[in-house]
Design a protein around this ligand. Structure first.
Ligand SMILES: [Zn+2]
Length: 330
């Protein structure tokens, strides 16, 4: 039913258009043209302004031609990770590859191409369908920012599919909640050669605190990471500030909170051990912390209506699909 060659050509075109996060405009314009040629009504929302990108999410509506059919939602993200500029894709034995110097960008250009080909096929074969609402989103790779700023009230669908998984034979039903954690650890600056006894080394405190943390896979539904650390100025200066940024993800809210508390405790207890006295004045290390919810979990049952809809469609087409729990954010 799907025109494989047409879809291959389209995905190659999309891959060749650079679209790192916050710079999705060119690919968005191409998709807008594609969808308008298919009779879609489209507009850009204001998410781009909110996240400092060069375009907003592209929202498209395809009017249905079947009365009483319920609207359905489709989505894929337009941005790619790096190194993703100047991608040179080629088709080798039915497999699309990059030249090895960049990513390919199949995540999520393949999702975009699938959506466009589905609409083309519906139109071309005059297949009855209800209204289709589409969100081509921005900045997924840097924290789902496009999806976060989308105005849900603009959509009427109660069901939909996001095409952003590693294989079409995988149906993701569960994604974790995530929190972002940031700690600023303050020591005391001093010359490292002349008077090291007058300093408190913030890098040393940070290292000790991190070394106490349980990180990585905590259990089958919880993970934790420290992903960024910044601090210090020169080898001869005892650093007075280190910034640590990390995250916790879990499918279980209680576990997420308890892992977060554990990481906070590691910092609190370590910092409290560092103090010095200079000329009868006590100097203590200190810290500030900040945490925020990055996104909430998805937890769909095998018995949910959308799961049944997908399974029916897959069976009709003679394929197989397995439900999956992902560690990725939705
Ligand atoms: Zn993706």
């Amino acid at each position: 039913m799907i025109d494989k060659q047409r879809m291959t050509d389209h995905v190659l075109d999309l891959i060749k258009i650079d679209s790192p996060s916050r710079k999705e405009k060119e690919v968005a314009i191409r998709l807008k043209t594609d969808m308008e040629q298919l009779g879609g009504e489209s507009f850009f929302d204001d998410a781009g302004e909110k996240v400092n990108g060069n375009t907003g999410n592209l929202i498209v509506r395809i009017n249905g031609n079947k009365r009483n059919a319920r609207p359905f939602f489709l989505s894929a993200h337009m941005d790619t990770v790096g190194p993703g500029e100047g991608i040179k894709p080629s088709v080798d034995n039915g497999l699309i590859k990059s030249d090895g110097t960049t990513i390919l960008g199949s995540d999520d250009k393949s999702g975009l191409a699938v959506i466009v080909e589905v609409i083309r096929t519906l139109k071309e074969k005059n297949i009855p369908h209800g209204d289709i609402e589409i969100a081509f989103t921005i900045c997924e790779e840097i924290g789902l920012l496009g999806a976060k700023h989308i105005d849900i009230s603009k959509f009427s669908s109660k069901h939909g599919i996001v095409l952003d998984s590693s294989t079409p034979s995988r149906l993701v039903l569960r994604c974790p909640s995530a929190e972002r954690l940031e700690f600023k650890i303050y020591g005391l600056e001093a010359h490292a050669g002349l008077c090291p006894e007058n300093g408190i080394n913030a890098i040393q405190i940070a290292s000790e605190a991190i070394s106490k943390m349980r990180l990585g896979r905590i259990d089958h539904e919880t993970t934790a990471n420290i992903g960024n650390i910044q601090g210090g100025t020169a080898t001869n200066i005892i650093p007075n500030l280190v910034r640590i940024i990390g995250e916790v993800r879990s499918h279980n809210e209680d576990k997420l909170i308890s892992q977060k508390e554990h990481m906070r405790n590691c910092v609190r207890s370590t910092v409290s051990n560092y103090e010095i006295v200079i000329e009868d004045v006590k100097h203590k290390a200190s810290y500030e912390e900040h945490s925020e919810r990055s996104y909430d979990k998805m937890d769909l049952s095998e018995e949910s209506e959308i799961t049944h809809m997908v399974n029916r469609a897959v069976n009709n087409l003679g394929h197989g699909i397995k439900s999956h729990t992902s560690g990725g954010g939705l």
